[in-house]
Design a protein around this ligand. Sequence first.
Ligand SMILES: Nc1ncnc2c1ncn2[C@@H]1O[C@H](COP(=O)(O)OP(=O)(O)OP(=O)(O)O)[C@@H](O)[C@H]1O
Length: 262
Amino acid sequence: MSQAATTPTTPQAPAHAGAAACAAGLSKVYGEGETRVVALDSVSVEFGRGRFTAIMGPSGSGKSTLMHCMAGLDTISAGSARIGDTELSRLGDRQLTRLRRDKIGFIFQAFNLLPTLNALENITLPMDIAGRKPDQQWLDLVVATVGLSGRLRHRPSQLSGGQQQRVAVARALASRPEIIFADEPTGNLDSRSGAEVLGFLRESVRELGQTVVMVTHDPVAASYADRVVFLADGRLIDELAAPTPEDVLDRMRRFDTKGRTS
Ligand SMILES: Nc1ncnc2c1ncn2[C@@H]1O[C@H](COP(=O)(O)OP(=O)(O)OP(=O)(O)O)[C@@H](O)[C@H]1O
């Protein structure tokens, strides 16, 4: 990565009780010698409880790496990453697996549903695997919120792309995780289905108090969030509150210009 990264505008963010997740001085280095890549360079950020945060930045800026490190899917090289009060670097593999299962919901670009199970079975699968009984009232609320009540017996192949992603959203919400990480959740959807899925994510934050962190390239998708944080060259360089698509686009253009002239 370039050494000429822009000065971070966000102050070092210490862990505090109100954050669903937080990173402090988080660095991630891949490879060594000539293949060494600093994917994250001392990133400090908090993801507030009950808030919807979008992570944006150019290709290769470290968005997925940040998400993977925060979700315990990848190890960190320096600094700290916490989910709630739990410091991830202190956990062994089995504890990390349990943490991901019990505290984190995931939504990916590919819906990752099991084709032989119907919508309801897909939604409750992670809890079935964990041997946990779903809270029926909560499950009913989640299913109603994402508008799937009439589709629960359908298999993924009998659902549209947007409906399949809504099943994935419901699956992520079903266990009431501490935090949901979504990686380009609308990347495979047309704009109308994408808007629906983003609307449901937004509603899960507003109505159900869920915490959502979403990686996206799309300024319109980012505008559904309460806050956008921007990465460039592995550093957190800026953030926007209550973003409109125009604000986000404008900010991205400015970074582009800086990148070309520096
Ligand atoms: N497993 C890996 N081994 C080596 N380098 C990696 C690995 N994963 C990511 N990188 C490098 O780390 C940097 C950040 O990658 P990352 O995938 O986090 O970026 P991104 O912002 O999510 O990009 P995109 O928008 O293209 O998905 C890139 O330079 C990438 O090449």
